[in-house]
Design a binder for this molecule. Structure first.
Ligand code: FAD
Length: 349
């Protein structure tokens, strides 16, 4: 088995994990980032990519997926290795105080420090629980959308009543041959604006809504051809389809983190507020996963925590009692690490 060597392993590629790459990079430290999801961005990408955010410092208004893109761009000069669709299972402290981090894909990474930026735990999509239907996953059944074009001119069924279900149904209605939204109730978690828009499109016969629950499916020649839906009125209907988009939301699970013998406060990892270190020296926790008195689960809190954790890790790795604060505006050391060319004239004035 090949072991990857790096300075720091970051568990979680949410906004805070991505910013941690940047802060470690400024300190001259290399990182490997691991996420159980198939793309970076954590909650921002999975739960509210197109929603506006107003409380990111110096950005009056943006949308969540743009924050993720910008964080990724900001971290990229430090060339982190990103391992996606991979869950960290174990952290083992070695006698020399280094760590071996291992994943569910039998990969092992050797590092000097670990930063847990795992949000609410490893995310996974809430699945459609119909026996044997999972064989159509990724061919006809999808839990997330990578390419809108795959739904062009398709008979599409969307399941769910939250923002993701409504947003996708409304967007895909413009390119699919037909869209049927199915939700178990007429109460929606989605925004009233989206629900009203959906109702208006149904009135115009541009899409359909059905209140009910999927109970079974039919197939022919290895293709999913229809689902059966039972409604509260007791009537069962068969809905033909080409593609099925399931938007039942994400379920976060603390999962393996609970077994790492870290001191927990309910489901969060206790840290000190000077270093953001956990009860195990060399293991840090930043972002939504950590707990300290006064903790707020906000992106900007995570950014601050990531900066201080990086200073602390640098002082450990380089065995220095104090790491100087270097400004990105003026420090040639930092510019070299970032690979940016700064003209002397830019530094004057
Ligand atoms: P996350 O974004 O949760 O990312 C953690 C990542 O770690 C996940 O991708 C997960 O898959 C991964 N992971 C966990 N365990 C493992 C493991 N064992 N192995 C591999 N990967 C693992 N905050 C604001 O500041 N302003 C807002 O306006 C705002 N609006 C919000 C709106 C909504 C609807 C929601 C749900 C949240 C909002 N938040 C907002 C909160 C904000 O999204 C979180 O504070 C932020 O995402 C936390 O970032 P994070 O990197 O700590 O964790």
């Amino acid at each position: 088995m090949k072991i990857i060597n790096t300075d720091v392993v970051i568990i979680g590629a949410g906004p805070v994990g991505l910013f941690q790459v940047f802060e470690l990079g400024l300190q001259g430290l290399k990182s490997v980032v691991i996420d159980s999801l198939s793309s970076v961005g954590g909650q921002c990408s999975e739960l509210y990519p197109d929603k506006p955010i107003y409380d990111i410092p110096a950005i009056p208004k943006t949308i969540a997926k743009d924050i993720v893109n910008n964080l990724w761009q900001q971290a990229s000069p430090f060339k982190p290795k990103i391992l996606l669709s991979e869950r960290v299972e174990h952290i083992e402290k070695q006698s020399d105080n280094d760590f071996l981090v291992s994943t569910n894909k039998n990969r092992t990474i050797h590092c000097k420090a670990v930063v847990i930026a795992a949000g609410n735990g490893a995310f996974s999509h809430v699945k459609l629980k119909i026996p044997a239907i999972e064989k159509f996953n990724e061919s006809q059944i999808f839990y997330r959308i990578n390419h809108l074009e795959q739904f062009r001119d398709q008979e599409l069924v969307v399941l769910g009543g939250g923002d993701a279900a409504l947003d996708w149904a409304l967007s895909l209605q413009k390119i699919a041959a037909n869209v049927v939204l199915i939700h178990r109730s007429t109460n929606f978690k989605a925004s009233p604006y989206s629900v009203n828009k959906m109702r208006s499109l149904c009135e115009q016969e541009k899409m359909q809504f059905l209140c009910g629950q999927v109970k079974g499916f039919s197939e022919q020649d290895d293709l999913l051809t229809s689902i059966s839906v039972s409604s509260k009125d007791g009537v069962s209907r068969r809905i033909s389809l080409d593609k099925l988009l399931v938007c039942f939301g994400m379920s976060p699970k603390l999962g393996p983190i609970a077994d790492w013998k870290l001191r927990l406060h309910q489901n969060q990892i206790e840290v000190d507020t000077q270093h953001f270190q956990t009860s195990i020296s060399g293991i840090y926790a930043v972002g939504d996963i950590n707990y300290y008195p006064g903790k707020r689960k906000l992106i900007l809190s995570g950014f601050h925590e990531a900066a201080l954790a990086a200073f602390s890790i640098a002082s450990k790795v380089f065995d220095k009692s104090r790491i100087p604060t270097l400004y990105t505006t003026t420090s040639p050391v930092v510019h070299k690490r970032m690979g940016v060319q700064v003209e002397l004239a830019d530094l004057m004035d």
